[in-house]
Design a binder for this molecule. Structure first.
Ligand code: GDP
Length: 311
């Protein structure tokens, strides 16, 4: 079991600081080479996104904290992509629910929290922007609790841990009275409260494709979590789609997310979130299976994107 691995998503209302938080974690976890120029807003440099003005593709990253790798799966910045949020919360073992310490929970906070609670996750609440002069973190925690109750969270979910942070200033703390030092308290909380992924690496491969990416050199890329088994570069796999179609293909290249890069590797095991190329016919919701055990994983309905709210 991959004990030194955590798969998380950061969910938030737009502008509550998701991009800033990920940038800060990347900075403090030392994933930048010394000579690498840090772009102002790392997760927003996607051409397609610029074109459409909203986040439509998931961009993932990972950081190392001590010997634990934390995969951070990006979630769409717009609630109209409801189906995608649903798929992402199914891929991770925990979510950080990021809430602005002044604004409090907003419509999209409610929407993404609902999806996370429905997926059975216990969110770690991060009250961000506590440096704001108008911040009211205590009240906002109460409002978050009310929201959990309203969304019928179970007892375990209601007992959520809270971290107070300024993603912009680069600190997090488990109590408002703690000194502001660095992001360590948040990283410690992730390790403490978010479970390591489950999945037996010795069983036949099952990997669910949760998002699709494109690369000018390798073409279509399927991204998802290995639910069980292992996947190797060059391995023969069967793409099973939810309609029951099965197609035998070969994995061309296998990647994991490291910092802001995709790094090639030979093999990956249950629990990891990986990207695979060479599978042109692949779609969201498909399962990659080993040929000797063709067993697609039941996935969420992808036909109707949920229209969550009107802006
Ligand atoms: P996103 O839409 O959730 O990705 O939000 P961004 O990370 O783009 O942040 C939205 C705005 O809030 C930006 O102007 C950030 O500089 C600002 N911001 C993010 N985190 C903090 C914080 O901790 N304190 C303050 N004061 N501003 C923040």
């Amino acid at each position: 079991m991959p004990k030194n691995l955590r798969n998380i998503a950061i969910v938030a209302h737009v502008d509550h600081g998701k991009t800033t938080l990920v940038d800060q974690l990347l900075k403090q976890c030392g994933f930048f080479r010394n000579n690498q120029v840090v772009p102002e807003r790392i997760l927003d440099n996607n051409d397609l996104e610029k074109e459409r003005g909203i986040t439509i593709m998931s961009k993932n990253t990972s950081i190392f904290y001590g010997d634990t790798k934390i995969n951070i799966v990006d979630t769409p910045g717009h609630a109209d992509f409801g189906g995608e949020v649903e798929r992402i919360v199914k891929m991770v073992d925990g979510v950080l629910l990021l809430v602005d310490a002044y604004e409090g929970p907003m419509p999209q906070t409610r929407f993404v929290l609902k999806k996370a609670l429905q997926a059975g996750l216990k969110p770690l609440v991060v009250i961000n922007k506590i440096d704001r002069p108008d911040a009211r973190p205590r009240e906002v925690v109460d409002e978050v609790l009310e929201l959990f109750i309203d969304l019928e969270a179970d007892d375990k979910q209601l007992d959520f841990p809270v971290i107070y942070a300024s993603a912009k200033a680069g600190y997090a703390k488990s109590s408002l009275d703690d000194p502001a030092v660095d992001m360590k308290p948040l990283l410690d909380a992730i390790l403490k409260y978010i479970p390591a992924p489950e999945g037996n690496p010795d069983q036949p491969l099952q990997m669910v494709i949760s998002s699709i990416d494109y690369d000018p050199y390798v073409g279509r890329i399927g991204i998802g979590k290995i639910c069980q088994g292992q996947i190797h570069k060059g391995q023969e796999v069967v793409i099973c789609n939810p309609q029951g179609k099965a197609e035998k293909v070969r994995v061309n290249t296998l990647y994991v997310f490291e910092g802001l890069k995709r790094t090639e590797l030979e093999a990956a095991f249950a629990g990891e979130i990986v990207a695979v190329s060479g599978l042109e016919g692949i779609n969201i919701g498909d399962t990659l299976c080993s040929p000797e055990n063709i067993a697609p994983v039941d996935f969420v309905d992808i036909e109707e994107p949920t229209i969550a709210m009107n802006f």
